[in-house]
Design a protein around this ligand. Structure first.
Ligand SMILES: Nc1ncnc2c1ncn2[C@@H]1O[C@H](COP(=O)(O)OP(=O)(O)O)[C@@H](O)[C@H]1O
Ligand SMILES: [Mg+2]
Length: 304
């Protein structure tokens, strides 16, 4: 049987806000994640991404619904599911008084990496993350970027089959971001299923096979990235302008920084209509592949 790496079934998490009122941070979310893929969980700050991740990793308990990792329930089979997942949380949590080696040795123990394999495993992981020369440094003396890399090292030590990264690019410089992504891609090539959250939609466009967009705890769109982009591009032309103050052509809708024009006659005629109306003011114009940002703005009604 081909078990799904992750199955989230109608999961809800209720919190109390600062006034003591209950609200659903995650509201009836369902997701199925295919093996061997890179999956993006996207949404603005406060959408409920980390809350969902924390329920998958067992830090939080769902109020309703259930979560399965390779067919095992994360509540009932917590010990087994923890061995199968590696989670890189959004916040840096670290045993600051210990050395890099001690931190990793402790986690090897927690994940049941056999004693005689631990030294080798730690060495390999540190090399992957460019931290080999820091092995005897205290965690607290590492730079922010190095601490983040150590968080990743902790998550991959036990060779999880499902790696979950919560906002791996937040607050990370371009060069570290590239290093993280080349490592994640390699792990994916070797068979690890990847789930990551981001509010950088461009990043998701480059990396994901499938995505789920969430907002206010709800799934607003889910599916293959290519399919979603096509669905939103099929019947319209997207363009950007240099001068946004010129009078719009009738039928044009503003979506974030872009504009959208529904195809009424046919693509060629409508393109010609737009280029003649806007002329040199057109910065870009295209008829396919709506950006995720565009799609997101449309779905959340922030765009027009
Ligand atoms: N422990 C908590 N107690 C109360 N509210 C919380 C708690 N954790 C998160 N929230 C709230 O739940 C919502 C979703 O937060 P979060 O899952 O962190 O969003 P995201 O990761 O998508 O930015 C936000 O409104 C946040 O303020
Ligand atoms: Mg978050």
């Amino acid at each position: 049987m081909n078990m799904l790496p992750l199955r989230v079934n109608n999961v809800t998490k209720i919190f109390k806000n600062s006034k003591g009122q209950e609200f659903k941070a995650v509201d009836g979310v369902s997701l199925d994640i295919e093996p061997g893929k890179i999956f993006g969980l996207l949404g603005p700050n406060g959408a409920g991404k980390s809350t969902l991740i924390n329920m998958i990793s067992g830090i939080l308990l769902a109020n309703d619904g259930n979560i399965e990792v390779f067919g095992l329930d994360v509540k009932k089979d917590a010990n087994k599911t923890k061995q199968l997942i590696g989670v890189v949380p959004q916040e840096i949590v670290m045993e600051m008084a210990f050395t890099v080696e001690e931190v990793l040795y402790y986690f090897c123990g927690m994940y049941g990496v056999p004693r005689h394999e631990r030294k080798e495993r730690i060495k390999a992981v540190l090399e992957d993350l460019g931290l080999a020369d820091k092995i005897h440094e205290k965690a607290r003396s590492l730079s922010g970027g190095m601490k983040r890399r150590l968080m990743i090292a902790k998550a991959i030590l036990h060779k999880p089959k499902l790696l979950i990264l919560d906002e791996p690019s937040a607050g990370v410089d371009v060069s570290l971001r590239q290093k993280i992504w080349s490592l994640v891609r390699r792990l994916n090539d070797e068979g690890t299923t990847i789930v990551f959250t981001t509010h950088y939609l461009e990043e998701a466009e480059q990396l994901c096979d499938s995505i789920t967009l969430i907002d206010h705890g709800h799934v607003i769109k889910s599916g293959k990235l290519k399919g979603i982009q096509q669905e939103f591009s099929k019947n319209s032309i997207h363009f950007e302008l240099f001068d946004r103050s010129v009078a719009p052509l009738a039928g044009v809708v503003e979506v974030g920084v872009e504009y959208e024009y529904p195809i009424t006659t046919n693509l060629a005629t409508d393109m010609a209509k737009l280029t003649s109306h806007y002329n040199h003011n057109l910065k870009s114009i295209r008829s396919e592949a709506a950006s995720l940002e565009h799609i997101f703005l449309k779905l959340t009604n922030n765009g027009s």
